[in-house]
Design a protein around this ligand. Structure first.
Ligand code: SDX
Length: 432
């Protein structure tokens, strides 16, 4: 913290108000506005555009420079040299693991990859055409009905078991939600496989023959999980923190995060990008859609473009774009959607509107193209985002719960009716 302050002179209040300013290790200073309530004032910041909701040491983003650090390590270096479970360790514990620590962490994850057998019948309550995200919201929240020995949030050991269970079981539940939708039998996890290989095994394997997982696809899958692992105080992470601030159990908090992620403005964008590219259909129609995206009277937006924080390239999108080229080349797939996406990016980035609004491709723009090339159905794209992001949600939840925190309870600017007396039914007239 620092001894800097802002002195506020407010009309109608005689005395100026001193508000402390705190500095972090990186990024903007923050103004502590706690003293305003005593003066009868709230801050007003719809969408929390200018609001720091907490102090955190997990992830740093510089949106102007396109920088993303996890515990200080640039995402580009982690994507090139690390893997998803090692990044999970880093996000949870703050340091890269030694070889021994990594082996122990991976071994513990392996002990929790299966789900309670009763959960398998839980799926039968859904229609076969249920969206997998609808299933994940329900099933992940229901984990708190099965694992009563990891619900005491004040117990560090409980929090750690819950973290391992969630990281280990999300791929299993995600693959189950896919298998359920196509009427195929659930696949049990195979702990001899890596995290990403195991996920692809449970997604595309079947009990009648051995799985033959492509190393290229497994590497691409692991990188997709890694690139989605965490992203500071985004909408779904903030949802997890708010749910956790009431003392809700970790499974309920992660289910809340999954629900928030589902929206097309957030994690649902990857599914929306593919639908948009399919709607565009041909490079000759790109200009038409770019014009629609600029038209204020048209609700259409270019999905996969723009970001609340990045006003430069999303560094994850750059890595994802390289992966898309690699995966399609390796698979010998000439996907017209990739050509449309690359052409759309070129046109949008040279268009005055997108330049002025600083709208660049974000993490969701290319991920769908890779997932489609890997044979993942579009409806599973956001589920895969949720699998990768689970560790980030848990890391932030644990950072909050293990420290000092209060229940999150924002206030409002009220513009409704002033107090009025009840009108008996026989005296009421139609409003307006
Ligand atoms: C993710 O927060 C995170 O970190 C999220 C995430 C993570 O890892 O957790 O990075 C993951 O959610 C990435 C974003 C995925 N969403 C999309 O791709 C959907 C399309 N993008 C937009 O809906 C939008 O850009 C948001 C939601 C991402 C950001 O919205 P903001 O910050 O509230 O910005 P805004 O809506 O106020 O837009 C600013 C201006 C507006 O024009 P004006 O009102 O100033 O005239 O830019 C325009 C918008 O109309 N604009 C777009 C646009 N995005 C913003 N115009 C056309 N196409 C777009 N995609």
């Amino acid at each position: 913290m620092s001894d800097k302050k802002a002195t506020l002179k407010i009309d109608g209040i005689d005395e100026p108000i001193d508000l402390p300013i705190y500095s972090g290790t990186l990024g903007p200073d923050v103004l502590d506005v706690g003293g305003l309530t005593g003066k009868g004032l709230f801050t007003y910041d719809p969408g929390f555009v200018s609001t720091a909701s907490c102090e955190s040491q997990i992830t740093f983003i510089d949106g102007g420079k396109g920088v993303l650090l996890h515990r200080g390590y640039p995402i580009e270096q982690l994507a090139e040299h690390s893997d998803y479970l090692e990044t999970c360790y880093l996000l949870l514990y703050g340091e890269l693991p030694t070889a021994e620590q990594k082996a122990s962490f991976v071994g513990t994850v392996h002990k929790h990859t299966m789900v309670h057998e009763q959960i398998r019948t839980f799926f039968n309550g859904f229609r076969r055409d249920a969206h997998p995200m609808a299933i994940m919201c329900g099933v992940v929240g229901a984990l708190s009905a099965f694992y009563h020995d990891s619900l005491e949030i004040s117990d560090e050991h409980h929090r750690q078991i819950a973290a391992f269970r969630l990281i280990a079981k999300m791929p299993t539940l995600a693959a189950m939600s896919y298998k359920f939708s196509i009427g195929q039998p659930f696949m049990y996890p195979d702990n001899s496989l890596s995290y990403a290989e195991n996920f692809l095994h449970m997604m595309f394997g079947n009990p009648c023959e051995p799985s033959n997982i492509s190393p290229v696809l497994a590497t691409a899958m692991d990188r997709i999980f890694l690139l989605h692992a965490d992203h500071e105080q985004n909408a779904s992470t903030s949802t997890v923190r708010l749910a956790g601030s009431s003392g809700a159990n970790p499974f309920a908090c992660i289910a809340a995060g999954i629900a928030a992620l589902w929206g097309p403005s957030h994690g649902g964008a990857n599914e929306a990008v593919l639908e948009m590219l399919q709607e565009i259909g041909d490079v000759s129609r790109i200009d038409e859609f770019v014009e629609r995206a600029k038209d204020k009277n048209d609700p259409f937006r270019l999905m996969g473009f723009g970001h609340r924080v990045y006003k430069n390239f999303d560094p994850r999108a750059k890595v994802m774009k390289e992966s898309a080229d690699e995966v399609l080349a390796e698979l010998g797939i000439d996907d017209p959607m990739l050509e449309i996406a690359k052409r759309l990016e070129e046109i949008a980035l040279s268009d005055e509107y997108f330049i002025e609004k600083k709208l660049y491709p974000n993490v969701d723009f290319y991920s769908g193209i890779i997932l489609k090339a890997m044979g993942i159905p579009t409806s599973m794209f956001t589920v895969i985002f949720a699998v990768g992001r689970t560790v980030g949600w848990i890391a932030h939840w644990n950072e909050m719960i293990s420290g000092s925190y209060r229940i999150g309870r924002p206030r409002q600017l009220y513009t409704g009716y002033t107090q009025r007396d009840f009108t008996p039914l026989d005296q009421r007239k139609p409003a307006g």
